[in-house]
Design a protein around this ligand. Structure first.
Ligand SMILES: [Ca+2]
Length: 329
């Protein structure tokens, strides 16, 4: 018994030490921990399990079992660009091997004169934005066949300054419905500023709060111009009490703001896959993302990640040519 206790203590101390070292290394290399609802992530790693274990040892090691592993996000270079033959199928599956059926509640070509308020909120009804930028509905437009989200240097009269919203306004569009599993594709061009351009899914209830970030791009942030950031978050579930996340980064051979590209998410019960221009970028086992989620576009200031935008880069606009959604037959 005493020997077992000693061994357990030694192992716990060793694991905690390794965890602290690892978390320090990640922190130094990537500028610290963060969350999407809160900041930046280490590249190609699964945060949460290691530092938590470092702090409290073995008991919480068990909580990390079943989470995606860092190597699940190891980058794969995309194959040759995929040619599109059919608009009614995902670019990565033009032969319809998945048996896809158009999912109307989240399909929008943005060809009208205004946002379809039957499908979308012109803001985030539960979140004012990431300070200092304030989500302002005046920065959301549908024009020229595209959804346009703009970030500006300005004061919005509605922005609650006492809560830290000032100097910048930005934009968010959120679906009015939730969805569980499917294929989601956008053709988009991120804004060329340090304001983020993001396409993501989440929902928050008292019982469960999870999130899938298809991309978060800081296309005008020095060093981030070519990086597609793909993150998964668990804020809390009945079993998981602490926030943790798992992310990966793919670096394009060109600046992402130079043009429109097709970004895809295939979200199934067993696996989550990320696509760029029809080619597979990442695949990861779906261990925790089984909650119906809302679909979101937004632009945020990310002071701790992309830095604040340069004045000369504003206003800048994130454009979405379309969002298409499918469920399996
Ligand atoms: Ca369009």
């Amino acid at each position: 018994m005493a020997r077992n206790t000693l061994l357990l203590t030694a192992f716990t101390a060793c694991f905690a030490g390794c965890g602290l070292l690892l978390s320090w290394v990640y922190g130094e290399a990537e500028g610290g921990w963060g969350v999407r609802i809160g900041g930046r992530l280490p590249a190609a790693s699964c945060a949460g399990g290691v530092p938590m274990a470092a702090l409290v040892g073995l008991p919480l090691l068990a909580a990390g079992i079943g989470r995606p592993r860092a190597e699940d996000f190891s980058p794969e270079m995309p194959a040759e660009a995929v040619a599109r033959a059919r608009d009614d199928l995902p670019l990565s599956d033009q032969d319809d091997r998945g048996g896809w059926v158009r999912y109307e509640p989240m399909w929008d070509e943005f060809d009208g004169e205004a946002l379809d308020t039957g499908k979308w909120w012109p803001n985030n009804p539960g979140w004012l934005g990431r300070q200092p930028a304030f989500f302002w509905t005046e920065n959301v437009a549908v024009k020229g066949g595209r959804l346009r989200l703009t970030m500006r240097r300005q004061e919005a009269p509605e922005a609650p300054k006492e809560q830290g919203f000032h100097t910048y306004t930005s934009a968010a569009v959120k679906s009015k419905t939730t969805v569980l599993y499917g294929y989601f594709e956008v053709m988009a061009r991120p804004m060329r500023s340090a304001g983020s351009s993001s396409f993501w899914f989440y929902d928050s209830t008292p019982e469960i709060w999870t999130e899938i970030d298809v991309f978060e791009i800081g296309a005008g942030a020095p060093g981030w111009e070519r990086k597609v950031n793909m993150n998964l978050h668990v804020m809390h579930t009945p079993e998981e009490k602490e926030h943790w996340s798992c992310g990966g980064v793919w670096t394009a051979p060109f600046d992402l703001a130079d043009g429109f590209h097709v970004y895809g998410l295939e979200w199934d019960e067993g696996e989550i896959k990320y696509y760029f221009d029809g080619a597979l970028l990442r695949r990861v086992e779906n261990t925790h993302w089984h909650q119906p989620l809302t679909l979101n576009f937004d632009s945020e200031t990310m002071p701790d990640w992309f830095g604040l935008p340069r004045d000369e880069d504003l206003p800048s606009t994130y454009e979405v040519e379309y969002v298409r959604a499918w469920k399996r037959r």
